[in-house]
Design a protein. Sequence first.
Length: 280
Amino acid sequence: MPKNKITEHALYALKGFAIGSLMTVPGVSGGTLAIILNIYDKLVSAVATLFSDFKRNFIFLLTVGVSLLIGMVSLSKLILLALNFAPIPVSFFFIGAIAGSIPMLFKKTGLKKFSLSALLCAAGGIACVFLLDLIPEGILELTDGLHLSQLPAFIVCGIALAVAVIVPGVSFSHMLMIFGIYERFYQALSSLDVVFLLCIGIPTAIALLALIRLFDYLLKKFPAQSYSAILGFVVASVKDIFKSMPADVLTALFSLAALLIGIAVVFAVTGFFNKKQDIK
């Protein structure tokens, strides 16, 4: 394999690892992370056109997918531990990361002047995230033993998780909480409970393949409206990440520093990957 190809796939693996590590935090969206790391469009396109260039797309998706799973299993516990140890500064770090991604998202809309349709799409994206709060957590309890009667619940859960994977600003982990399987899922992942993971993974994969073509079409046909809606999703996701305001001066200083670091990290990461653009 040529050296530039090895470097290219190493960058894909690094991005997948970062996404997997961070998307375990409730409120943090894997789609938002993919946008920050400049890989979102390529992921959507690779899945939507999987069979048109199967070898290239498959290798790309396998590289990102495996590294994402490794990130979920390895660093996720450390990140969740940090969140439990210093929840407010860590939440401010993620809010800073989201704030840092907003200029890039706005640039992707391609808007040069005011657009009412784009504004309505952004408002719709915000509304959709807030509407998720109307769904009670644990609505479909799947924490007991596996039974055939749970098949409809797994199908509904798979569709919801597919939406969480595709739509930036919608947290995969938060969706797991809504269906009451957050702990069960990560326990199954760490213990390699293949049966449970397949029960979740198969309907999610089928729904993902069904929805991704539509999403790819919208991104290409209506970029201003689509990215405006994504911008709304991402901005609204702050509500799930925000814990509370700092209660003392020291925590406030750490939180402010974390916020600024989050913004700086996104600017640095996007700048780095823009210099090493993915080969089309």
